[in-house]
Write a protein that binds this ligand. Structure first.
Ligand code: URA
Length: 254
């Protein structure tokens, strides 16, 4: 658990790191890394598939036709973008909007897990097959699980997952809109319910399980990289050479 200010700062560090990412070949074809955007304190996160052409140009998620439908569906349940955080399984556009490859999903998942750990949402709506399979850690397709909330452990965080069809599906198949609306209608009650109980992972080990101090001293530091080690400089200062195309203000991280 971190304070709102710490959370924002740590999220910005992940953003700076992601905005320079070269972990996979999509770095060579993307225009912009689409980190995700919205409210860093959101109870509700949406996770789509990957940026499309509009997002790749604009640096923000869901800013095309599917995004407009997402806005409409949000509005129908009394929410606006500023209430939620929207991210994708992949932070970079696959060329020609082809499906994400398993290796790309695997390489990119660390960013999403860090976003979830920092934002600490109560509910995550997975939009479509790719995010549903990734976050449920199960290959069952969206048509079998949509509209069925369930609690899953993501990293160290228990979250209610609500799989929903990808809004783009309703652009191609208009009758899908009714299904999307019915699934969205579940959100107000899920958000009003208490957050799922969190696993007690931070309990100190039993005395006889205490690590050997000599071994602990020799072990590499876990989890957090040193500040500045991986984060790109310059996001806060207009003078930064590596200034990303999208400002933190546009991302909603303020
Ligand atoms: N589709 C997605 O899955 N994500 C976006 O950001 C845009 C379209």
């Amino acid at each position: 658990m971190s304070t709102a200010v710490e959370r924002r700062e740590r999220l910005k560090e992940v953003y700076r790191e992601a905005s320079q990412c070269t972990r996979c070949a999509l770095a060579e074809t993307r225009t912009t890394v689409v980190f995700g955007a919205g409210n860093a304190d959101a109870d509700l996160m949406f996770v789509g598939e990957a940026p499309g052409a509009n997002e790749d140009r604009g640096g923000l998620p869901f800013i095309g036709q599917a995004g407009r439908l997402l806005d409409r569906l949000l509005e129908e349940v009394g929410l606006v973008r500023g209430d939620v955080f929207i991210a994708n399984v992949l932070k970079c556009r696959p060329p020609g909007n082809r499906d994400p490859r398993p290796s790309e999903i695997d390489t990119c998942r660390d960013y999403l897990h860090r976003q979830v750990e920092l934002i600490e949402p109560k509910v995550i709506c997975t939009l479509g097959n790719f995010s549903t399979k990734l976050l449920r850690d199960d290959q069952t397709g969206i048509s079998r699980v949509h509209g069925q909330p369930e609690v899953r452990l993501l990293g160290r965080r228990a979250v209610t997952i609500l799989p929903i069809y990808h809004p783009a599906a309703a652009l191609y198949t208009p009758r899908m809109l009714d299904t999307l609306r019915a699934d969205f209608a579940l959100l107000p009650d899920l958000l009003a319910a208490p957050a799922p109980p969190q696993p007690q992972l931070d309990e100190p080990p039993e005395p006889d399980e205490q690590p050997d101090p000599a071994l602990a001293a020799a072990a590499p530091p876990d989890a957090e990289p040193a500040p500045g080690q991986t984060a790109a400089d310059g996001v806060d200062s207009a003078a930064g050479e590596d200034l990303p195309a999208v400002s933190e203000q546009q991302l909603g991280l303020f």
